[in-house]
Design a protein around this ligand. Structure first.
Ligand SMILES: Nc1ncnc2c1ncn2[C@@H]1O[C@H](COP(=O)(O)OP(=O)(O)O)[C@@H](O)[C@H]1O
Ligand SMILES: [Mg+2]
Length: 501
């Protein structure tokens, strides 16, 4: 009878169960290990690791022909996490291990140590959802992730020898204790109060945070754009458990879930980053910055300096909240619902429009620079705000600014109102309203409609621009706790739009 064990494999964030079957033909004159079942290079290489790991752990490697079958045969298996189940299968087939039914994942080092693998939390979260009841074994180095998932019986081991002794009933180990997700915390080192002046920009960011609107800050160098962007997470609500788990499963898939404290993701890739690094993909179809920023903030500083194809490729994920990356024969989907915060200078030298500085860019340079962020991508940015250069009086002013915590309280209240209002239609923020929903949830009184009409005809605004004004106005009213939209709300929203024209 062939030995049988369970394991799992990960493609993107999709977990599939894998049955590992091992059969040994001891009479065969050929001594070899044959791994069948669509394994990638790492899987094919594992036979060398397994051979050394078993020998160096004091087990004789069986003679004869060994066939390892990874079922289902039509599913691609990836990575080194199948090392451990294959080794355990071989030990079971040659009688070193009692027959026992469990699921394991882990990479083996040549001396038999069980090494950390990517995606343990992703796998465990999925198994927990499915009500998986068999014992599960994961590497000791992945213990932090194992403690985050409830309703599973997970054991952590450092060495293959310990695992065999445990499975043979020679020693006792306890399953890991469920501890829950790491506690959420805010970065105490940064605060909105550190930023002097820039009242308008701060207000715009508060509105953006309240409705999860994408925002573009434009202003001369040194005005505080980068500084403000780095503080946005301090005014966003804490992650809900569901959001936190989504974030952690993505982090687990790239091997970064081993954390003690959790905060909202803030990703700030450099403008020289490749499309694959930002959008995701490559040989192993890994998630990009936009997915690592899921449920958090993607900050693109010096926005026009980003490669054009990167800016173009942001459109679909911004619209849909997920991204599909292509890879050989299949595609992988990752969530990517992030708040885009972009910053740019008004021109290449940064002085255009500054009354106290001389701009030495040609008109052509200025137009070309600004054109890079025009059209489709600008359509997805609801709020634009200009930051003037900081005046010396403002910089040296002794007046203290409002702390992040106070701003955050207002943002949280506004978000709760939105959540309640949209509970039944499956969205949670005003930024997700489409044209149809805007008609349903944003109604104007006569005077306000008149103001909007006037602005539209004066500035020749498109229907899309009107929608954006209405969405942002909805958020401004929500910040005030007002269900009805008034003149003031719309006037402020218009101001964030007109700066784009
Ligand atoms: N509004 C401000 N309040 C306090 N310090 C500021 C402000 N704006 C700029 N600074 C100082 O100038 C430095 C550069 O600001 P930065 O945010 O990088 O500007 P920008 O990104 O607009 O070019 C900051 O690290 C900070 O020390
Ligand atoms: Mg900057």
């Amino acid at each position: 009878m062939p030995a049988k064990l369970s394991s799992a494999t990960l493609v993107g964030l999709n977990v599939s169960l894998v049955e590992v079957e091992v059969d040994i033909d001891k009479k065969s004159v050929i001594h070899d290990v044959d791994i069948v079942g669509l394994g990638d290079t790492a899987v094919k290489e594992s036979k060398k690791r397994i051979k050394s790991a078993l020998k160096n752990s004091g087990f004789d490697f069986p003679h004869g022909k060994i066939v390892v079958n990874l079922a289902p045969a039509d599913l691609k298996k990836e990575g080194s996490l199948l090392d451990l189940p294959m080794a355990m299968g071989i030990l079971q087939a040659c009688g070193h291990l009692n027959e026992c039914d469990f699921l394991c994942v882990g990479e083996l080092s040549l001396d038999g140590h069980i090494r950390k693998v990517k995606g343990v939390l992703t796998i465990l979260a999925q198994l927990s959802k499915e009500g998986f009841s068999k014992p599960i074994v994961v590497p000791k180095e992945n213990e932090t992730e194992a403690k985050m998932v409830k309703n599973l019986k997970v054991f952590c081991f450092e060495h293959i020898k310990e695992l065999v002794e445990f499975m043979n009933g020679l020693v006792k180990y306890e399953p890991v204790k469920f501890e829950g997700l790491p506690p959420f915390s805010y970065d105490e080192d940064v605060d909105f109060a550190d930023v002097k002046g820039q009242t308008l920009a701060k207000r715009a960011l508060e509105v953006a945070a309240a409705g999860a609107h994408n925002v573009l800050m434009k202003g001369s160098p040194g005005a505080g754009k980068t500084m403000l962007a780095r503080r946005i997470c301090t005014i966003l609500p804490p992650l809900s458990d569901e959001e936190a788990l989504e974030v952690l499963t993505i982090y687990s898939a790239v091997g970064q879930a081993d954390i003690k404290k959790l905060s909202r993701p803030f990703r700030a890739p450099h403008h020289t980053a490749s499309t694959v690094a930002i959008i995701g993909g490559g040989n192993d179809a890994r998630p990009g910055e936009i997915s690592l920023a899921h449920n958090g903030v993607l900050f693109l500083d010096e926005f026009p300096e980003f490669r054009r194809d990167v800016i173009e490729a942001l459109r679909q994920p911004l619209e849909e909240g997920f991204v599909t990356v292509a890879r050989a024969k299949t595609t992988v989907t990752y969530p990517s619902r992030f708040m885009l915060v972009a910053a740019m200078n008004p021109c290449p030298c940064g002085n255009y429009g500054d009354p106290k500085a001389v701009c030495n860019c040609s008109p052509y340079d200025i137009v070309r620079y600004n054109k890079k962020v025009s059209g489709p991508i600008l359509d997805r940015i609801d709020i634009l705000v200009q930051l003037p250069r900081l005046e010396p009086e403002e910089y040296f002013s002794k007046n203290s600014s409002e702390k992040s915590e106070r701003i955050r309280e207002r943002v949280i209240k506004a978000r709760e109102i939105q959540k309640r209002r949209y509970r039944e239609i499956g969205i949670s923020t005003n930024s997700q309203l489409n044209a149809k929903l805007i008609k349903r949830f944003v109604q104007l009184d006569e005077k306000t409609e008149e103001l909007l009409k006037l602005t539209v005809s004066r500035y020749n605004l498109s229907a899309r621009s009107i929608d954006k004004i209405l969405k942002v106005a909805r958020t401004i009213a929500d910040l005030e706790g007002s269900e009805a939209l008034n003149y003031k709300h719309v006037a402020e929203a218009i101001q964030y739009k007109l700066q784009q024209e």
